[in-house]
Design a protein around this ligand. Structure first.
Ligand SMILES: NC(=O)c1ccc[n+]([C@@H]2O[C@H](COP(=O)([O-])OP(=O)(O)OC[C@H]3O[C@@H](n4cnc5c(N)ncnc54)[C@H](O)[C@@H]3O)[C@@H](O)[C@H]2O)c1
Length: 93
């Protein structure tokens, strides 16, 4: 599968991405903050823009803070191919 992780450099994103990095899936990683991008690159993952990362993905994982889930989803949704799965990791309903 092709998977996209948005917010790779955060606490949850790093855990999810470390596991995906070891998998056979094609994974695109997106992270907006410079500090987060540094953490991602330090683990040998490349950064794709938030606009491009969801394109062609079968699954997009939003590992961003709940406060920006709405705005980030609005940007991601138009990029999704038909049938793609958009996952949030939010702890609170
Ligand atoms: N921390 C936990 O133990 C934990 C556990 C379960 C679920 N969650 C859920 O995971 C989600 C993320 O939580 P967290 O604690 O990892 O947050 P975090 O603040 O540590 O990480 C979020 C990351 O998203 C990045 N980001 C923000 N907007 C972005 C954008 N537009 N494009 C790309 N990257 C962007 C931030 O720069 C940051 O690196 C939340 O929904 C939270 O409820 C967290």
């Amino acid at each position: 599968m092709t998977v996209s992780v948005v917010g790779d450099g955060g606490k949850t994103g790093m855990r999810v991405s470390r596991n995906l990095q070891k998998s056979a899936h094609t994974v695109f990683y997106s992270e907006s903050s410079p500090a987060g991008q540094e953490r991602v690159r330090a683990e040998g993952r490349g950064i794709t823009s938030a606009e491009d990362a969801p394109k062609n993905a079968d699954v997009v994982i939003l590992a961003v803070p709940e406060t920006v889930l709405g705005i980030v989803s609005e940007g991601v949704l138009p990029q999704l191919k038909a049938g793609a799965i958009l996952l949030t990791l939010a702890r609170h309903g």
